[in-house]
Design a binder for this molecule. Sequence first.
Ligand code: GUN
Length: 294
Amino acid sequence: MTATRIDGKAFAAGVRARVAERVARLKEEQGIVPGLAVVLVGEDPASEVYVRNKGKQTVEVGMNSFEHKLPAETSEAELLDLIGKLNADPAVHGILVQLPLPGHLNSDLVINAIDPAKDVDGFHISNVGLLGTGQKAMVPCTPLGCLMMLRDHLGSLSGLNAVVVGRSNIVGKPMAQLLLGDSCTVTIAHSRTKDLAALCRGADILVAAVGRPEMITGDFVKPGATVIDVGINRVPGRNGILGDCHFDSCAEVAGAITPVPGGVGPMTIACLLANTLTACCRANGLPEPEGLTA
Ligand code: GUN
């Protein structure tokens, strides 16, 4: 292996420490405690693990964590009623509705009922529009985490060729917007892209967010490129989780690469905490935390 391994676990710990430091100051100087409300509908085991981790880390950085666990058969009206109450609650600065929701609930409708200023996932249509037009938005956590690691590793991203493989609303599209905001030349590729390997070989920054285990191999990578692997894939018969990149062959060619696990994954919750802090500062007319926003 020749590539530098970008340690997302350590980076995320650093982000949480910076969040905790500002939270402590907010408490001491203003008497304000940021609060994050997480809403979980139903009993999806993976979601329960995520929600538990979010709650634990929220408390660890000194914020208030409000968990709302609702039964799978909760009606849309009941869920919208809870969101309305959280929107109106001044102790709640961030609201996250864990996805996926049970099939009878319209996710778009539910997400768009959240006050955009409290939408710490950055999924509300207003935040999508603000990000797309280069205005101050709440930015989705996973792409924000990728951006922070890229800036830390590369310094300025200006003029670099970036290829984002994957066009999801949660990762691919906002990632492309963020890279464009940092003056990269951005291409979004996907499953129908012709000669994907050749396209990716032109990338100084390659972000893999396709959800296909080990699809990106070393022959997709430009020598010295920075590779960010967003994949979290479980494959029967293989232990643990696999990324979208075949780590060993990519690491032979890349200049730097994030591993799976221990790369992008830990950054998602760290950025959720950063977004909650940002939302709290904005709500109180205080300066935003430095280096923790796009
Ligand atoms: N489910 C899995 N990841 C996420 C996330 O980042 N936000 C929400 N709301 N649901 C998720």
